[in-house]
Design a protein around this ligand. Structure first.
Ligand SMILES: [Zn+2]
Length: 275
């Protein structure tokens, strides 16, 4: 089975177009898009539904008509109010599957997605959680915001509220279980800590302890991550191991960056191309 993986495209149309071209040229069986799929429109995130209905719908139709399985998740910069529209759009095509907190089975392999993230300094909190009960918050860049169908809902006291909802650790423990971990591929937007897959350009490592411990304990075949676009450029690391599990975080700098994984011969290659 041949897999093409990319992440954090943030609505970049030329990168989406290349993603399809590469999938077609390399005859991949599965294309995986790991989250933060939608454009930010200079901060007007409430327009993200236009992208889903227009560009993304068409993008999905190309994969569908080429019989390429496409597994995807929204990410922390994709408003949660568009979950339903995203789901409906995926559901229009038999080859497109919304992997968020779900399992997809193909030819004996099991793919499981997870798109909650550890809290960030940024104001949008739709998909943010504390990592573990002991989690220490980063300095915040303003008061918390949540998307609602009628606009932003502000919140004072985000840190207190975050203590009352599930942590990443708890969410991971509730995730659907595969039948065979040795043939399971997790797509977890948030990278684990400690491996150099989570370093920001200001030098802070912000990866998840809970994700690391989950992978260490369960030992799946592969885990695919994203979220910190610059990390591979900062550390020089885009893949690492936790026991027998291979963890991959290709990053997403200015160049279109993706990974090709051949499960039959174990080859994993990271590629970058400019517009
Ligand atoms: Zn992200």
């Amino acid at each position: 089975m041949k897999i093409l993986y990319t992440t954090d495209l943030h609505g970049s149309e030329w990168k989406y177009d290349r993603f399809f071209e590469v999938a077609r040229i390399l005859h991949v069986d599965v294309a995986i898009n790991g989250g933060d799929m939608l454009p930010k429109y200079g901060g007007d995130l409430f327009k993200q539904d236009d992208f889903i209905k227009g560009f993304l719908n068409k993008h999905f139709s190309w994969f569908n008509s080429n019989d390429i399985h496409y597994l995807c998740c929204l990410g922390n910069d994709d408003l949660i109010i568009f979950n339903e529209l995203f789901e409906e759009t995926c559901d229009k095509y038999p080859f497109i599957f919304n992997l968020s907190q779900r399992k997809f089975d193909l030819w004996g392999y099991e793919f499981i997605g997870f798109n909650w993230v550890v809290d960030t300094p940024f104001r949008l909190k739709d998909r943010c959680r504390m990592d573990t009960p002991e989690y220490k918050f980063q300095k915040q860049l303003g008061s918390a915001l949540f998307s609602t169908p009628t606009g932003w809902m502000g919140m004072d006291g985000w840190e207190k509220y975050a203590h009352s909802i599930k942590t990443i650790e708890q969410e991971l423990s509730l995730l659907v279980r595969p039948n065979d971990m040795s043939k399971t591929i997790y797509v977890i937007h948030m990278p684990p800590h400690k491996l150099g897959l989570d370093k920001c350009d200001h030098g802070l490592s912000v990866g998840s302890k809970a994700v690391y411990e989950f992978l260490e304990k369960n030992q799946p075949l592969l885990s695919l991550h994203g979220h910190i676009h610059e990390s591979p450029d900062v550390t020089g690391i885009w893949q690492a191991k936790i026991g027998n599990t291979i963890c991959i975080q290709p990053g997403q700098p200015e160049a279109f960056t993706y990974v090709v994984i051949d499960l039959d011969n174990g080859n994993i290659e990271r590629m970058s191309e400019y517009l």
